[in-house]
Write a protein that binds this ligand. Structure first.
Ligand code: ADP
Ligand code: ILO
Length: 349
C-alpha cells in the first residue's frame, strides 16, 4: 500500500482511490498551494502526504496548526464541508458547557450495548498541532497536561503513565481492553505524528478506568469517559465535569468558525465521538440494511478495536459521524436516536 512520493509533482491517485483528497485536489490547486508554508513551517506536502501514500484513506489530509486551516482552506474547506455537511458560511457553536441532555438508556435491559464511550479531542492554544510540533514543545505539552491531571480530585483523580518505559505486557493489555491507543498507525506515520515515539506520549486514568486522557497521540489531549452498559447520560456528565475542570488550567485551541481545532478535519467542531459497543448478531450481517440505518442517523460504524479494525462476535463500534456544525447535545441525540433504531431493527429480525 505504501508508496514513495517526492512531494513536488502532482500526486498520482489510483483508480480505486476514493479519498476526499483525491476528489478535491486539482492540479491548479496543487500548484497554487505547493509553495505555501505556515509560520510553524507546515506545508502542503505534509498536509496531503498521508492521503497520497495511504491511498485507502477516506479523507487523506491533516493540519499542522491553526493557520493551516486558513492557508490551505481552498483544499480543506470543501473536504470539511463534505465530511460534516457544514456550509462554508456557517459558524460552529458549542453548548458543551450547558447542562447535559438527559437521554434514557437505549438498552435498559443490557441486551445489546456492552459499553459506552465519549471522547473529545483538544489541543493547547499557542502550540502547533501534533504534525508540526517539535520534540521540546511536545514534552512541554506533556508536562503541562500531566501537572493539571495530577491536581484532579474525587472520582477524576488518577495516575499518569508515560508510554516511555511502560511494560509491554501492560501496554498491550491496555490496548486490547480498549483503553489505550495503538502504536504505529500508518496514517499518522505519514503526517509525522509518530516522530520521537514513544517520548512525550502517555495515558492517564482513574482507578475504575472510567475517566482517561490520552496525551500527544493524534491530538494533544483525547479526554475520554467510558463505562460498561448504555447509560449515555452518565458517561456524558462525567466528561463534561472533567473537561470543565481541565479547561480551568489548560487553554484549549478554539477557532471562531471551526470550533475546537484538531489535526484531522474529521475531528473539528465538537471534536466529539460518542460511541457504543453494540452486539447486532443479525443486523450486523445484513450490510446494506445496517448501513442504511447508519446513514439515516449520521452514524459511523467501526470495528471492535476502533477505526480500521473489524467487528468480532457481531460487536460493532457505532458513533456519531458529524462533529462540526452540530452541538455536543445534537451529537448525543444522533447516537441515541440511531442506536434506538438499530436495536428496534435487530429485534425484528
Ligand atoms: P477514537 O475514538 O479516539 O477516534 P479509535 O476509533 O481508535 O479512536 O478507538 C479508540 C479505542 O476506543 C479503541 O480501542 C476502541 O475499541 C475503543 N472504543 C471505542 N468506543 C468504545 C466503546 N463504546 N466501548 C469500549 N471501547 C470503545
Ligand atoms: N487519515 C485517515 C483517518 C481519518 C479519520 N480518522 C482519524 C483517526 N482521524 C483517513 O483519511 O482515512
Amino acid at each position: 500500500m505504501t508508496m514513495i512520493w517526492d512531494g513536488q509533482t502532482f500526486p498520482e491517485f489510483k483508480q480505486n482511490c476514493s479519498s476526499l483528497l483525491s476528489r478535491y485536489l486539482s492540479k491548479d490547486l496543487f500548484n497554487n498551494l505547493k509553495n505555501k508554508k505556515t509560520l510553524h513551517g507546515f506545508t502542503l506536502f505534509q498536509a496531503i502526504n498521508s492521503g497520497v501514500v495511504n491511498q485507502d484513506s477516506h479523507i487523506g489530509v491533516y493540519a499542522g496548526d491553526a493557520e493551516s486551516y486558513d492557508l490551505f482552506s481552498p483544499l480543506l474547506n470543501p473536504i470539511i464541508d463534505e465530511y460534516h455537511g457544514f456550509s462554508l458560511a456557517s459558524t460552529h457553536t458549542s453548548d458543551f458547557n450547558s447542562s447535559a441532555p438527559s437521554v434514557p438508556n437505549p438498552d435498559p435491559n443490557g441486551q445489546y450495548i456492552l459499553s459506552t464511550r465519549i471522547r473529545v479531542g483538544r489541543n493547547i492554544d499557542g502550540m502547533p498541532l501534533g504534525p508540526a510540533i517539535n520534540r521540546d514543545q511536545r514534552i512541554e505539552v506533556e508536562s503541562r497536561i500531566a501537572r493539571t491531571l495530577d491536581s484532579l480530585s474525587g472520582d477524576l483523580s488518577g495516575t499518569y503513565f508515560p508510554l516511555l518505559g511502560m511494560d509491554e505486557i501492560v501496554q498491550n493489555r491496555l490496548i486490547s481492553d480498549h483503553f489505550l491507543f495503538k502504536n504505529g498507525d500508518r496514517f499518522l506515520e505519514a503526517v509525522g505524528l509518530n516522530r520521537d515515539w514513544p517520548e512525550g506520549r502517555g495515558i492517564f486514568h482513574n482507578q475504575q478506568k472510567t475517566f482517561l486522557v490520552w496525551v500527544n497521540e493524534e491530538d494533544q489531549l483525547r479526554i475520554i469517559s467510558m463505562q460498561k452498559g448504555g447509560d449515555i447520560s452518565a458517561v456524558f456528565n462525567r466528561l463534561i465535569r472533567a473537561v470543565k475542570k481541565l479547561e480551568e488550567t489548560l487553554p484549549f485551541l478554539f477557532h471562531s468558525r471551526l470550533g475546537y481545532l484538531s489535526s484531522c478535519p474529521t475531528n473539528l467542531g465538537t471534536a466529539m465521538r460518542a460511541s457504543v459497543h453494540i452486539q447486532l448478531l443479525k443486523l450486523g450481517s445484513k450490510k446494506s440494511e445496517f448501513e442504511d440505518i447508519a446513514d439515516r442517523y449520521s452514524l459511523q460504524i467501526r470495528g471492535i478495536h476502533g477505526e480500521h479494525s473489524e467487528s468480532e462476535g457481531g460487536v460493532f463500534d457505532v458513533s456519531n459521524r458529524k462533529r462540526l456544525g452540530i452541538t455536543e447535545i445534537e451529537a448525543i441525540r444522533d447516537l441515541y436516536d440511531g442506536v434506538v433504531a438499530l436495536i428496534k431493527k435487530e429485534a425484528t429480525l
